[in-house]
Design a protein around this ligand. Structure first.
Ligand SMILES: NC(=O)c1ccc[n+]([C@@H]2O[C@H](COP(=O)([O-])OP(=O)(O)OC[C@H]3O[C@@H](n4cnc5c(N)ncnc54)[C@H](O)[C@@H]3O)[C@@H](O)[C@H]2O)c1
Length: 247
């Protein structure tokens, strides 16, 4: 493995993605900070990466857009000639009950969370195969395993991520590329801040740890999975959920 790793984290402008970008930053490495809408927030992530000795590169594109994603990775390849680590973290939720869910809410969530992970993985995989090295981490969710009322679209996308992870893992391990998923439970970020107080209290009662997790706690699992020590781990789903689900 190269010492000057090139790491791409999608949806790294805030929340879990920012936590991962910062945790993976090491002197000499490049961290490509992808974001879709907030340059100021992405800049804050970049500053935190730099403070840890990493070289940040801001990269704006919508992971659900096939052309934009292809172009972005072409540029990354041109600049760095390699990608060692891809973290498919970008995600959105558009919650609604099944009976009320609009096709657009379904499409947005599936396109960002699932198709986005497919597009980004496809865009790096040939490079990783040539390198004979790669680490891909897909961020799924506890609800992709246990389901959640009001989140048919999100749970379907996150369950899809697990199937994608396992299939990619089987295709790619012979080229020394591992593919794993990390399944956070409920983590303190903008995504969960938006939930109504009553829902938050109810969720808390289901978490044996008695608290929400932090982006840093999710990032620690990702950091282990991209380490040399984890080279024989592939196709796995690592749960980071305070005991909310034990699979
Ligand atoms: N917060 C939780 O409790 C929780 C639990 C389980 C899984 N997750 C997953 O973790 C990941 C990060 O979630 P978070 O809580 O930090 O969310 P967040 O809303 O705080 O951040 C999401 C990030 O994704 C980016 N993004 C959204 N759509 C994008 C697109 N089309 N292209 C590129 N970037 C895009 C946003 O700009 C932002 O940087 C998501 O995949 C989410 O589903 C979160």
């Amino acid at each position: 493995m190269t010492e000057k790793r090139v790491i791409v984290v999608t949806g790294a402008s805030r929340g879990i993605g920012r936590g991962i970008a910062v945790a993976l930053a090491e002197p000499g490495c490049t961290v490509v900070v992808n974001y879709s809408t907030s340059p100021d927030a992405a800049q804050e992530t970049a500053a935190a990466v730099e403070a840890k000795g990493g070289a940040p590169q801001l990269c704006r594109f919508d992971v659900s857009d096939p052309e934009a994603t292809k172009e972005a990775f072409k540029e990354i390849a041109k600049t760095h000639n390699r990608v060692d680590v891809l973290v498919n973290n970008a995600g959105v939720a558009r919650d609604n009950l099944l009976a009320l869910m609009k096709a657009g809410e379904w499409d947005t969530v599936l396109n960002t969370n699932l198709k986005g992970a497919f597009l980004c993985s496809q865009a790096v995989v040939k490079m990783m195969m040539r390198q004979k090295y790669g680490r891909i981490i897909n961020i799924t969710s506890v609800v992709g395993v246990i389901g959640n009322a009001g989140q048919c679209n999100y749970a379907a996308a996150k369950a899809g991520i697990i199937g994608l992870t396992r299939s990619m893992a089987r295709e790619l391990i012979s080229r020394n590329i591992t593919v794993n998923a990390v399944a956070p439970g409920f983590i303190e970020t903008d995504m969960t801040h938006k939930l109504p107080e009553k829902v938050k209290e109810e969720l808390l009662s289901q978490i044996p740890a008695g608290r929400y997790g932090t982006p840093e706690e999710v990032a620690a699992a990702v950091k282990f999975l991209v380490s040399d020590q984890a080279g024989y781990i592939t196709g796995q789903v690592i749960h980071v959920n305070g005991g909310m689900f034990m699979g």
